[in-house]
Design a protein around this ligand. Structure first.
Ligand SMILES: C[S@@+](CC[C@H](N)C(=O)[O-])C[C@H]1O[C@@H](n2cnc3c(N)ncnc32)[C@H](O)[C@@H]1O
Length: 212
C-alpha cells in the first residue's frame, strides 16, 4: 500500500523530480540515470520514437535531442500538459498504453521509462503486446524499471520506497520474469543491464518477425 506521498508526488512535479533525483544517486546522478536507456541504441533524426507513459516528459527531453520524430503517450492529462510545456519539440497523445492508437509497425523505437511497475500483470501483458504490434520489424523496445535487488542495502531502500510511493504492482513487477513474458510475445534478442545493486534494470528487445 502506498502513502499520501504517492498522490503528492504526482500532484507536485517538484516532489516527483526531487524523489527521482535522490533515487538517481544510486546510479551516479540524474544526468546518468536519465540516459541509461541510450546505451547501445542508435537514434537518428528520423527515428520514429514512442515514449510510452511519458509522464511530464522526463525521458522525452532526452529523446528529442536525437530524434525529430518523438511522440509521448500518457493517460494523464495533467502529466501531458506538463510534458507539452517542458518538451514542446515532441508530439503528444492522451491514451492508455493498453490500446495504443497507432497502426501496426509505426515505430522504430518504443521506450518506457520507470512506468511498467505501475501496471497490473494482465495489463502489463496487454501493453507489451501492443508495443509489439506498433513496432516496425527490426524495431526496439527499451524498458527502464525496477528489478529485484540481491543486495541487502538496496533491498531495504527499495522496500521503504515501495511502501511510501508504490502499490502492490511494483512488488509483482520485480517478481515477473520479463524475459519469459517478452519472449512469449515474440520479442527477440533480449538484453538486460542491471544497476544500483541490481535494483534497476534496462532491457532491450527487438521485433524481428511480423506480428500475428
Ligand atoms: C512513474 S511515471 C513515469 C513517467 C516518466 N516516464 C518518467 O520517466 O519519469 C508513470 C506514468 O505512467 C502513466 N500511466 C500509468 N498507467 C498508464 C496507462 N495504462 N496508460 C498510459 N499511461 C499510464 C502515468 O500517468 C504516469 O505519467
Amino acid at each position: 500500500m502506498a502513502t499520501i506521498l504517492r498522490e503528492w508526488s504526482y500532484r507536485y512535479q517538484w516532489l516527483y523530480d526531487s524523489i527521482s533525483k535522490v533515487a538517481a544517486i544510486t546510479v551516479g546522478g540524474d544526468y546518468k540515470f536519465r540516459r541509461l536507456f541510450l546505451r547501445d541504441l542508435t537514434i537518428t533524426a528520423d527515428t520514429k520514437v514512442l515514449d510510452l507513459c511519458c509522464g511530464s516528459g522526463q525521458a522525452t527531453e532526452i529523446l528529442v535531442q536525437f530524434s525529430q520524430d518523438v511522440t509521448g503517450l500518457d493517460a494523464s492529462p495533467l502529466s501531458l500538459a506538463r510534458a507539452k510545456k517542458n518538451v514542446p519539440q515532441a508530439q503528444y497523445i492522451q491514451a492508455f498504453a493498453e490500446e495504443i492508437p497507432f497502426s501496426d509497425r509505426s515505430f522504430d523505437l518504443v521506450l518506457t521509462n520507470t512506468a511498467m511497475h505501475e501496471m497490473q500483470p494482465d495489463q502489463l501483458q496487454q501493453i507489451l503486446k501492443e508495443v509489439y504490434r506498433v513496432l516496425k520489424i527490426g524495431g526496439t523496445l527499451a524498458i527502464v524499471d525496477f528489478h529485484k535487488s540481491n543486495h541487502w542495502l538496496f533491498q531495504a531502500g527499495i522496500s521503504i520506497f515501495f511502501h511510501l510511493f508504490e502499490t502492490e504492482t511494483a512488488w509483482q513487477f520485480i517478481d515477473t520474469d520479463l524475459k519469459q513474458v517478452l519472449t512469449a510475445i515474440g520479442f527477440t534478442n533480449y538484453r538486460d543491464r542491471l544497476y544500483a545493486g541490481n535494483s534497476l534494470q534496462v532491457i532491450q528487445v527487438q521485433k524481428s518477425q511480423i506480428s500475428t
